[in-house]
Write a protein that binds this ligand. Structure first.
Ligand code: SF4
Ligand code: SF4
Ligand code: SF4
Length: 224
């Protein structure tokens, strides 16, 4: 199936109710799918309390998205305090899926753009001239030039791969510890929206004004 058809298939899947994603993945069965009223804003939660640093998500991303050897769209950084090795801390580093995405604004060819159907920031490799403007503009240092196709790329929530097949992003599928949650932040009934209503979460570098769609649930401090 070509990429556009795959995307349409994904959006059709969404149109059956964004609850479908959560229903499939979290067992929250909803017999009456609703029509999507707002444009989607796909986001992800990384829960630092649950991540064990296994890096299964990294390997799944590389495999599903055919990321060249030695390059990564996502990595999990060990941020454990060396003075407190008992309390392990990990942080996901990847595209923050900014609502206001400077990478897309500066791209002279529109290779880096917001996907019209899903709003996800993604790159059309065929249109990329490898000028690296987007890499410089990204405040999160998560874009790179793919060493095989020589186009810029970063995490696009598996838009052309897993999402196109109606699945969740590869990292979410691979995580056995429920540290990652994906869904539509504009759907009040989605699992991710419900979680964010009750959990304290952070955005990376909010001062940049990019409105990241990645949210981090920080580790709860243990002991005194
Ligand atoms: S797969 Fe889950 S638990 Fe393992 S490193 Fe990734 S986010 Fe953390
Ligand atoms: S994190 Fe960087 S690459 Fe991702 S949307 Fe934001 S500016 Fe673009
Ligand atoms: S490197 Fe490619 S995607 Fe990035 S700004 Fe230049 S043309 Fe656009």
């Amino acid at each position: 199936m070509d990429t556009n058809l795959k995307r349409r298939a994904f959006v059709k899947y969404l149109a059956l109710g964004s609850a479908s994603i959560t229903a499939a993945s979290y067992g929250a069965v909803n017999d009456k799918p609703k029509a999507q009223t707002k444009k989607p804003n796909f986001g992800m939660i990384f829960d630092q309390n649950k991540c064990v640093g296994c890096t299964d998500c990294e390997r799944a991303c590389v495999k599903v998205n055919l990321v060249p050897k030695g390059q990564m769209r996502l990595f999990v950084e060990d941020k454990t305090d060396p003075n407190n090795r008992m309390q392990k801390r990990y942080v996901r580093v990847s595209c923050q899926q900014c609502v206001e995405a400077p990478c897309a604004s500066v791209c002279p060819t529109n290779a880096c753009h917001k996907d019209l159907l899903t709003g996800i920031t993604t790159t059309n490799a065929d249109d990329c001239i490898a000028c690296k403007y987007c890499i410089v503009a990204c405040p999160y240092d998560v874009r790179f030039i793919n060493s095989e196709n020589h186009a810029a790329e970063s995490c696009n929530f598996c838009l052309d791969t897993n999402l196109a097949e109606g699945k969740e992003p590869a990292c979410v599928e691979a995580c056995r510890y429920d540290a990652l949650v994906f869904g539509d932040l504009n759907d009040e009934e989605s699992h991710i929206s419900k979680l964010l209503r009750i959990k304290d979460s952070l955005r990376m570098r909010p001062e940049c004004g990019t409105k990241p769609s990645l949210r981090y649930i920080p580790a709860v401090k243990m002991g005194v």
